[in-house]
Design a protein. Structure first.
Length: 137
């Protein structure tokens, strides 16, 4: 299975965000659970992986738009479902190979989406900077 590493990392962060926070915070801010801050016997708190809510929310929107062939359902099952790949494939009513192929296709589609979004943002930034330069004395 050909997964794209940065897309995989983004989906892992998104899955953690969905599982832990459910994507819900207060007024757009991240939810903080102080009950999870267990200092243990030695007084040190285990470091947690930081989550960027905006990125996770954008990833959530992109995953929901993965429709061809039920790709978004495959992503939900693989990253949020319980059990191994065999269990997940059974729930999706397909073979493990088909599930891997769907995830590979989803990776490429998500990479294309995020790259296009970055290109649009870069072009807009260049347009605004050019406008600002043209009005400077």
């Amino acid at each position: 299975m050909a997964r794209i590493e940065w897309v995989e990392q983004r989906l892992q962060n998104w899955a953690r965000w969905k599982a832990i926070r459910g994507g819900s915070g207060s007024m757009g801010y991240a939810a903080v659970s102080l009950a999870d801050a267990d200092a243990g016997r030695d007084g040190y708190i285990t470091a947690s992986v930081p989550m960027i809510d905006v990125e996770a929310s954008e990833t959530d929107d992109a995953v929901q738009r993965l429709w061809p062939g039920g790709l978004h359902l495959a992503v939900l099952e693989v990253y949020l479902g319980r059990g191994g790949m065999r269990d997940k494939a059974l729930r999706m009513c397909c073979t493990e190979q088909a599930l891997h192929a769907r995830i590979t296709r989803a990776h490429f589609m998500l990479a294309e989406h995020f790259n296009a979004k970055a290109q649009r943002a870069k072009a807009e930034r260049q347009r605004v900077e050019a406008l600002q330069r043209s009005v400077q004395p």
